[in-house]
Write a protein that binds this ligand. Structure first.
Ligand SMILES: [Zn+2]
Length: 288
């Protein structure tokens, strides 16, 4: 049996690894925050991002439906307010909804007081418009300050999913007690691979190359008992060839034994011992 340190990470039901498909439904929010002037006049930049709510989200929802998968969607408050029908369809399809900033703020430039206010605002928007109290938070652009986990914990979040310090769930200490981290990594993000940025040298990747990269990472994580968290954006991965890529990836993963397809929330619950079940079957919790 593969080992990590002293002992392999114990997934429920004797599973070998966990897989989470996560989607950051940013729409125009990041651009509106970063370049508010340009956002008022550049139809081209805004339309590129509106492909997400207009086409990408429903295409992804149909794909998840075909594959019978539940996913984790992280949605900024601004996006919920401006794309409410799409946000509701995500919720109504039974997917997890997590917080993702208010206007996709660059958290690295914020003070603790500003972060606190922004977090309260986004929670209120999720509650008012979607009746959702998120268990999880993903920082916009994965920027996290040293004080961020404590603010999340104080607001009752079960987990964060923005850091790269492991490839199994782990805990971050805060002054209010530990918070679970469901880790991410750049290798498993669609943006650096597919997003067209003038002057960048790596975009736009061939979907077959990305399928190869993600399949290899999955096979490695399966052997290492890891937690494979893929992060995609509807305006990037909602493109036709990339939906095909995701379906092929799931087909590849399903050839492996013991893969737990789940959500970030379920991973965090499993890690804290709040949920010891898959498909309603109670499992005995073993500590890592
Ligand atoms: Zn984002």
């Amino acid at each position: 049996m593969p080992k990590r340190g002293a002992e392999r990470y114990p997934w429920p039901d004797g599973k070998q690894c966990a897989v989470v498909f996560s989607f950051d439904f940013d729409a125009e929010s990041g651009f509106v925050f970063r370049e508010p002037e340009k956002a008022r006049r550049s139809l081209a930049d805004m339309e590129e991002r509106r492909f997400g709510p207009r086409v990408g989200v429903d295409r992804i929802l149909r794909m998840l439906d075909r594959l019978r998968l539940r996913a984790s969607f992280f949605i900024p408050g601004w996006t919920v307010e401006h794309h409410l029908p799409e946000s509701r369809r995500i919720r109504d399809a039974g997917h997890e909804i997590g917080a993702h900033g208010n206007v996709h703020e660059a958290v690295g430039s914020l003070t603790a007081e500003q972060e606190e206010k922004i977090l309260s605002d986004q929670l209120r928007i999720l509650e008012d418009h979607l009746r959702v109290r998120p268990a999880g938070y993903r920082s916009p652009s994965w920027e996290v300050n040293v004080w961020t986990p404590g603010i999340l914990k104080a607001h009752g979040f079960l987990y964060d999913s923005s850091l790269m310090g492991n490839d199994i769930p782990y805990e971050l200490p805060t002054e209010h007690g530990p918070i679970v981290e469901v880790p991410v990594q750049w290798l498993l993000d669609d943006a650096p691979l597919f997003r067209h940025v003038f002057g960048a040298t790596n975009a736009i990747a061939d979907p077959r190359r990305v399928l190869g990269m993600w399949s290899q990472e999955f096979a490695g994580m399966h052997r290492e008992n890891g937690c494979f968290v893929l992060t995609c954006h509807p305006f990037i991965s909602g493109r036709a060839s990339r939906i095909r890529l995701l379906e092929e990836l799931v087909g590849y993963m399903r050839k492996f034994r013991g893969v737990w397809f789940t959500t970030c929330e379920q991973v965090a619950k499993w890690h804290t011992g709040q949920s010891g079940s898959i498909d309603g079957v109670k499992q005995k919790r073993r500590r890592p």
